[in-house]
Design a binder for this molecule. Sequence first.
Ligand SMILES: *[C@@H]1O[C@H](CO)[C@@H](O)[C@H](O)[C@H]1NC(C)=O
Ligand SMILES: *[C@@H]1O[C@H](CO)[C@@H](O)[C@H](O)[C@H]1NC(C)=O
Ligand SMILES: *[C@@H]1O[C@H](CO)[C@@H](O)[C@H](O)[C@H]1NC(C)=O
Ligand SMILES: *[C@@H]1O[C@H](CO)[C@@H](O)[C@H](O)[C@H]1NC(C)=O
Ligand SMILES: *[C@@H]1O[C@H](CO)[C@@H](O)[C@H](O)[C@H]1NC(C)=O
Ligand SMILES: *[C@@H]1O[C@H](CO)[C@@H](O)[C@H](O)[C@H]1NC(C)=O
Ligand SMILES: *[C@@H]1O[C@H](CO)[C@@H](O)[C@H](O)[C@H]1NC(C)=O
Ligand SMILES: *[C@@H]1O[C@H](CO)[C@@H](O)[C@H](O)[C@H]1NC(C)=O
Length: 686
Amino acid sequence: MLDLCRASSHKRKSGKQQIPNLGESTMSFATLLLLIGTVLADTTVQIEGSDYIDLGLQGFGYAPANARDKYGDTISFGSSVKYQKGSLKQTDDGYYTFITYNLPDRGWNVNGTVNFANRLYKYQVTLNPANESSTPNIEWTYLDSILLKDFNGNYFTGLDANTTVEMNGFSLPGVTYHGDGWGNNLNSNSTTTRACMDSEALALIEGDIANGFWISDEYGPGIYRFDSNGQLQEYITAPDSILPYVDGKINFSSNSCPAWDQYTVSDPTSGREDNHGYEGMDLSPNGKTLFALLQSAAMQEGGDKKKYAYNARLMKYDLSGGSATAVGEYVIVLPTYVNPSDGKTKTAAQSELLYVTDDVVMVLPRDSGLGRGQEDGTESVYRHVDLYSLKNATNILGKYDGEGDQIASSKGKLVSGITAATHYEWIDINDNTQLNKYGVHNGGDNNSTLLNEKWEGLTLIPIPCTTDEYFLLAVSDNDFTTTNGWMNFGTIPFDSGDDFENQSLMWRVKLAAIPHNEGSCSSTSSSNSSTLATSTSSTYANSTAATATLLNNTVNTTNINTKTFSNSTSSFTDTLSSTTQTPFGNSTTSYHNGSTNSLKTVTCTLEKCSDTYSASDIDQTATTVEIITSCKGGCSKKSQETSTAETAIHTSTSAVVSTYEGHAASTSVSAMTVYALAIAVMVYLL
Ligand SMILES: *[C@@H]1O[C@H](CO)[C@@H](O)[C@H](O)[C@H]1NC(C)=O
Ligand SMILES: *[C@@H]1O[C@H](CO)[C@@H](O)[C@H](O)[C@H]1NC(C)=O
Ligand SMILES: *[C@@H]1O[C@H](CO)[C@@H](O)[C@H](O)[C@H]1NC(C)=O
Ligand SMILES: *[C@@H]1O[C@H](CO)[C@@H](O)[C@H](O)[C@H]1NC(C)=O
Ligand SMILES: *[C@@H]1O[C@H](CO)[C@@H](O)[C@H](O)[C@H]1NC(C)=O
Ligand SMILES: *[C@@H]1O[C@H](CO)[C@@H](O)[C@H](O)[C@H]1NC(C)=O
Ligand SMILES: *[C@@H]1O[C@H](CO)[C@@H](O)[C@H](O)[C@H]1NC(C)=O
Ligand SMILES: *[C@@H]1O[C@H](CO)[C@@H](O)[C@H](O)[C@H]1NC(C)=O
């Protein structure tokens, strides 16, 4: 690869090895339930009394390196990603689907920056929770693109900035070029001026593309608000301490010239380092608070020395008025790591930020030069999703915001009186115990299952039927690396000399600090059972030949799913016919008589869980028979089971399906009078 005037858009670093805590929790339900334990491997961090629990990796997927969007251009989907609120659906076969918007970088820039029209991509993502082993279980389907336009309706460009354009009262990074911006007609007397964007982070307003979105960039570094059509509405400029000054003048260039016009621009004397702008930016769910975080320290406080570049400025804006108002500025101390190839200590610059609360942010610091396609080595030593609390951090807004003002010495020593945010190491992306479940690895052979270098996008997806669990989806940026690339609306081919698929990873996490109510545990029923299971406990009453389908009933590690048939005097069949339940763990189903006796216990792998119960399996005199299914062994997942046929006790006087959540759950099985419950077909999620 050619490296023309440092065209490659990211350089980051970082490292310590985290040893995950292996927690084991076992719970039992007293009352009438027989229990079934739950074993779970987790990494838990507690901040101000709230637990942040990593329930483990749940998925891995690829997107092809040579995919093209509707404008004919090669796609690179991983600088940022955001979940479209409300889009999560579960299919009958236990898959999840949802919509994301993904932000590419400033275009293919291996051979210098190019006149790429910045844009967003819309994807449908499918997660198949059924196949725990080996093959990828996250699929990406490209749906659409939204081109970004400045105040005048012109496209943005990924070209390096060499001027400032004034528009609607804002000063944006821009470029003035001769010819077509691709190196043709350079002798033309006419020039074109475009706003430049090196896009790195995306946030949908109130989680919904319909409200528009914000994008942060590295040239300004700036923060742009667009409407849902990609039309620019507002711009937030950085304080002078962060703006790139070269010898007393603002110069937005990142010294990343196009291949056809080579030049060198000096590094900024103060402000953001070249190509280290607002890599992280996110909004609160109500759209009123915005955080933006520099990738690493500003130049005047260690930014040009990898070893000392760890004091990163975090800006906080209040958007509740007509325009953005800065209300906070804090110091995030990024981790450092020892680079294995040269033994040098470097800063793990950050690639993404997520808003958690007004006091807590999630940050993705990582090393660089290590991983798929990289020359330094295959084993990354620091790639994390970490947490930072601002609770005790000093708000330095306005105190060090002039040109060249320092919050730290050039060797990274913080000015006295400044307390940085509290750092908590959390998820280790490089954990091979987790990665190997999906056939991918960190370190080892330099092959297609080696993790990519650049993990840059994170988003949280609320899991229905839980109050505080989320999928945490991470995407990697492959920087348009393909041997079959196209740009300029499909008219100019390019070849990176290699193909790196975009990779994605998904964890399940439990965040007590941010309860959600997205997605209902809805259920549908047919036949005579009309009001089944819209809550976590349902009663099937007066069901004659009823067929019930219970959907979206997520049972996490602390849940139990119980079906009770009262006054059973005959045989019934319980068939879990579905195939795919891994990676979500095994389940155990017990049949007993409502006291302490288990009549029959079946442990299912749920690859296939099927059993038939005869009358002899049931206490014929029992007034209650409970069927308990619970997750076992890290069953943080759900899902599955395509059909359960229960030919239950035709003489039952009642049947109850209950889901009990949490350790404190108690049962209140109501015995409604039922004359017959013949068949209930249930789909439930474990
Ligand atoms: C499930 O895994 C097996 C190998 O373990 C693989 O052959 C199969 O294609 C996978 N199925 C899906 C749907 O990914
Ligand atoms: C930045 O510096 C370069 C080289 O000195 C110069 O060509 C360019 O015009 C400057 N840009 C701005 C916005 O001043
Ligand atoms: C800005 O950069 C473009 C592309 O490198 C170049 O064609 C143009 O001459 C530059 N303009 C100025 C004012 O430096
Ligand atoms: C550009 O302008 C110069 C001076 O006005 C003129 O001599 C030249 O012919 C023009 N070039 C083109 C390609 O129009
Ligand atoms: C890089 O760009 C230059 C100038 O546009 C071009 O001549 C060259 O073929 C390009 N190299 C590659 C590998 O695309
Ligand atoms: C890994 O392979 C790629 C080519 O696919 C190469 O560019 C890179 O240098 C290799 N890295 C190592 C550490 O061998
Ligand atoms: C804030 O400081 C208090 C008092 O020292 C301490 O108890 C608390 O744990 C700190 N919280 C964080 C998030 O750092
Ligand atoms: C890729 O490398 C890993 C780790 O070294 C190894 O386990 C795996 O078998 C390799 N895969 C292929 C397809 O060579």
